[in-house]
Design a protein around this ligand. Structure first.
Ligand code: GTP
Length: 604
């Protein structure tokens, strides 16, 4: 147990790729928490997937012991934060566990969208900010320019900036000194009943749910009974400890400290990020720590096993992933076209991609995902309001009074020369301009409001390609707004294919319908009869293509009586059929679903 005056709790915040993980590694190395020999690259990014994609998903905490220049030893707790906009909620919980933050800015890039987004979160959490200008070893580094930016844009004195190269280990000792000198120690009340903020949790098959906690008041010992304020779940602490970076168990964690509690809970739902742990005796009598809200899925898609026999396995895999990820939601759904599957809810597109990849990689499943969509509020003529997260479940047009869709506030940082192309892109996506600020002579911060639905189809790639990779983007949820939306149905041979339905703005319906129909026309093989493919709004057809009937008989090629060849050919045909889905009397290859569902808006 360390007295609070000798504890510092901090995190590192940065735009993606500005060097957060590399700096964390250097701090661990410098304080001897881990030797350079032990140092596998980027210790904090534990999951294989995180490492491959080079992004940090789950927050983690590491305790370092540091003897400062004043001769005294300090316990420094570094709390890692996820770097991607999908995980803002987790970032803010991690920040709430700290008193200070290192704000890392790449000396060759300057301030980017997520530098600011993370900074605002840190300021909201009342943290002391230490700006660190990183990568000064690079020839293109311009630390003076970035210093000025810090003063002009962030409003911190340029003189407070530390210069560093996380890669070369330059400036690391100054950073550690600044942590001790500038960041205030925690001021918890040791005499009060326990209040501990859960800033992350994960499921361990031996110890149950491991909660990562910041003890705010009181203390907790192994064997104590604890209660979760939001869920009311009660359990006994099986083990307590901290990470260094491996788990080190201890008997007690007390006010101001950061560590873990093995709870024995079987599901992270019992011990959610943002919840407060206390003692059961005072449950309902003391105030929980501020800010708990369950993370809310924003993006939805149907996940179907390519092989329908895999349905039970898919369910099991999703259940397992959910044990560790309370923000993933799923419900069984059936599609006339795709059979049995699940409607899954995600924090954002990256979250969706990660889940799909984990299902395929860790569970060997082949997944067919429908096009992602947002959740709509539909008010019916009879006054009833329904939430719709699946286009095929949209009420018929005649029953709809109004439709509301989620909007986001979008901040884009970019060199000024790309203002034109960015404006064009955002406007084409129904975005509304809000403001433009010059950061420097040639860099701007553009703020827009835009429907979330427009953001999730390929927006980020488009932005990158129009600005040659220079623009960076951040967004936050900005409420629901009414919109003139319609459901676009695709009919194959006169039959609507539910898994292909999409919700589009009325003004876009024709163009998107046309594009879908043309794409399908190329992908669906000829059948023995003519197959019309139509796009329709309600009963009104807005686009049509026709696949001509197949006249050639496969067997016609087998002149004469070569039986084995004939058999082989038939076998081959049968195999081909396996990967087809019968929709009415038409066979549609799986690729058609895949390709159409990932259809990029053309012409952009
Ligand atoms: N030259 C140079 N490269 C650096 C320095 N710090 C980090 N890098 C490189 O920059 C890249 C990104 O660094 P990371 O530490 O992974 O960045 P990050 O901010 O943790 O990224 P996320 O985990 O995605 O948030 C890596 O290729 C690092 O090797 C530095 O001081 N100098």
């Amino acid at each position: 147990m360390t007295d609070q005056a000798h504890i510092r709790n901090f995190c590192i915040i940065a735009h993606i790729d500005h060097g957060k993980s590399t700096l964390a590694d250097r701090l661990l190395e410098y304080t001897g928490t881990i030797s350079s020999r032990e140092m596998t690259e980027q210790v904090l990014d534990q999951m294989e997937l995180e490492r491959e994609r080079g992004i940090t998903i789950k927050a983690q905490a590491v305790r370092m012991l540091y003897t400062a220049r004043n001769g005294e030893q300090y316990e420094l707790n570094l709390i890692d934060t996820p770097g991607h906009v999908d995980f803002t909620y987790e970032v803010s919980r991690s920040l709430a566990a700290c008193e200070g933050a290192l704000l890392v800015i790449d000396a060759t890039q300057g301030i980017e969208a997520q530098t600011l987004a993370n900074l605002y979160l840190a300021l909201e959490a009342d943290l002391t900010i230490i700006p660190v200008i990183n990568k000064i070893d690079l020839p293109s580094a311009d630390p003076e320019r970035v210093r000025q930016e810090v003063e002009d844009v962030i409003g911190l004195p340029a003189s407070e900036c530390l210069l560093a190269s996380a890669k070369e280990g330059i400036g690391v000792s100054e950073i550690l000194e600044a942590i001790v000198e500038r960041i205030p120690p925690p001021h918890g009340n040791l005499g009060r009943p326990l209040r501990a903020l859960v800033f992350d949790s994960h499921y361990d098959s031996y110890k149950g749910v491991i909660a990562y906690v910041r003890i705010v008041d009181g203390s907790v010992r192994v064997g104590d009974r604890i209660a979760m304020m939001a869920t009311g779940s009660v359990t006994e602490v099986i083990e307590a400890g901290y990470f260094q970076p491996r788990m080190v168990s201890t008997q007690i964690l007390s006010a101001g400290e950061v560590g873990y509690l093995a709870t024995g809970f079987k599901n992270v739902k019992d011990c959610r990020v943002g919840d407060t742990a206390t003692v059961p005796e005072v449950l309902g009598q003391i105030e929980p720590l501020p800010g708990y809200k369950p993370a809310k899925p924003m993006v939805f898609a149907g996940f179907y096993p390519v092989d329908s026999d895999d349905y039970p396995l898919l369910r099991e895999a999703l259940e397992r992933l959910q044990l560790n990820d309370a923000s993933l939601s799923f419900e069984p759904e059936t599609s006339a076209a795709l059979g049995f599957g699940f409607r899954c809810g995600f924090l954002g597109l990256l979250h969706m991609e990660i889940i799909q990849e984990r299902l395929e990689r860790e569970y060997g499943l082949r997944i067919l995902a429908t096009a992602p969509n947002v959740e709509y509020y539909v008010t019916k003529r009879n006054g009833e309001v329904v939430k719709v997260d699946n286009p095929s479940a949209f009420p018929p047009p005649g029953e709809i009074e109004k439709i509301e869709e989620p909007w986001v506030e979008l901040s884009i940082f970019s060199p000024a020369r790309y203002i034109g192309p960015i404006m064009e892109l955002v406007t084409a996506r129904r975005g509304v301009f809000k403001e433009m600020k010059y950061i420097e002579a040639d860099r701007v911060l553009l703020t827009y409001r835009m429907p979330l639905a427009e953001l999730i189809v390929d927006f980020h790639d488009q932005l990158k390609s129009r600005t040659q990779g220079y623009a960076s983007l951040d967004y936050s949820f900005a409420g629901y707004r009414e919109a003139d939306l319609v459901k676009l149905d695709i009919l194959v041979n006169g039959q609507p294919v539910d898994a292909l339905s999409i919700i589009v703005h009325r003004s876009e319906a024709y163009r998107r319908g046309r594009a879908l129909v043309e794409k399908l026309h190329k992908l669906i093989p000829r059948q023995l009869f003519e197959v019309p493919i139509q796009a329709a709004i309600g009963s009104r057809v807005i686009a049509r293509e026709t696949i001509k009937a197949l006249r050639k008989d496969v067997l016609a090629k087998c002149y004469g009586g070569d039986v084995t060849r004939k058999k082989k050919l038939l076998e081959k045909q049968k195999e081909g059929k396996k990967r087809m889905k019968m929709v009415g009397s038409v066979e549609i290859p799986q690729e058609a679903f895949m390709a159409v569902l990932s259809l990029k808006e053309d012409g952009e």
